[in-house]
Write a protein that binds this ligand. Structure first.
Ligand SMILES: [Zn+2]
Length: 304
């Protein structure tokens, strides 16, 4: 094993369940060769940094390669040399305090999309508006990305206490009802031919929450009462290509950066009106490089 493998050992945090969908063949294709055909920035800068080896983080003095997972800053690479990505929705990542930072892929998202990604360390988490935020977690009531916005709109529009028996509509707390913004919802902007604007279609989704921890810890966080009322969304079946997924877990347990990427792919496919052309592929900029480094190391050790 290379030192990278040791240091960058990452734990998958999100599990997928099979969801029957019309484009499952695409899902299978992606699952077989998940890192093939991505539109990525050149890895030359990472190759150069790798040649130089580990360097001291200027902030904490830790020995790091590419970035410091403690300080969330680049090491041996400048910000101009790596891709910066704008995401169509804000992402929150809730990290378990016991999770070793160096093993987490959450930091990749923060470094590559700094203005759209926030990392929280559990139990410090925001007070979420339940009708504007979803949690990516395959719980028993989880729905698909495709159904997500309609469910949020139903929740948002649901003001009757009697509606609590409907599957995806939960009773809103009084203060949330008072604080809800009816005005942003304009039914006339949604037309059957799908010509509505981007803003009206992504409404009311404001934020997507991911949990970054081992599977057992993930269950603990997901059952926190502050996250209980969030709509849970699961991804289409995707297989992880994480080089060391958790022992005994199926390969559909995704690394956090994979889960974020696949969520955004589904989101784009269902809610944005232009064809996907690699806009978020660079979220896997570090991940795909590390993946290839590990595979090369394994190959040279005769393990592949
Ligand atoms: Zn540091």
């Amino acid at each position: 094993m290379s030192s990278l493998d040791q240091d960058q050992h990452l734990q998958p945090s999100c599990r997928d369940k099979t969801t029957v969908s019309s484009d499952s063949s695409e899902g299978c294709k992606l699952a077989k060769q998940p890192l093939q055909g991505l539109k990525l920035a050149s890895h030359a800068v990472l190759e150069e940094a790798q040649q130089k080896g580990r360097l001291k983080c200027l902030k904490c003095g830790g020995s790091r390669m590419f970035f410091c997972y403690t300080c969330c800053s680049l090491v041996g690479v400048s910000v101009q040399e790596i891709p910066l990505i704008k995401l169509p929705v804000k992402i929150d990542i809730i990290k378990h305090p016991n999770e070793t930072d160096g093993k987490s892929t959450a930091i990749h998202a923060k470094i590559l999309a700094p203005s759209d990604v926030t990392i929280y360390t559990y139990p410090c988490i925001p007070d979420y508006k339940t009708d504007k935020v979803v949690l990516v977690f395959p719980g028993p009531g989880a729905i698909s990305v495709q159904s997500m916005l309609q469910c949020l709109r139903d929740r948002s529009n649901s003001r009757s206490p009697d509606s609590s028996d409907e599957p995806f509509i939960k009773r809103l707390k009084t203060e949330e009802v008072q604080g809800a913004t009816h005005t942003a919802e304009n039914p006339e902007s949604r037309t059957p031919d799908g010509t509505e604007s981007l803003e009206s279609r992504v409404y009311p989704l404001q934020r997507v929450v991911f949990i970054d921890s081992t599977w057992n810890q993930t269950n603990k966080i997901s059952t926190d009462e502050r996250l209980q009322d969030l709509l849970q969304v699961e991804l289409k079946m995707r297989k992880t290509c994480f080089w060391r997924h958790q022992k005994g877990k199926p390969d559909t347990y995704l690394a956090t950066i994979e889960a974020i990427y696949y969520f955004l792919r589904d989101f784009h496919d269902h809610y944005l009106d232009h064809e996907y052309s690699g806009e978020y592929d660079n979220l896997l900029f570090f991940y795909s490089f590390l993946h290839s480094v590990i595979n090369k190391a394994k190959a040279s050790a005769g393990k592949l």
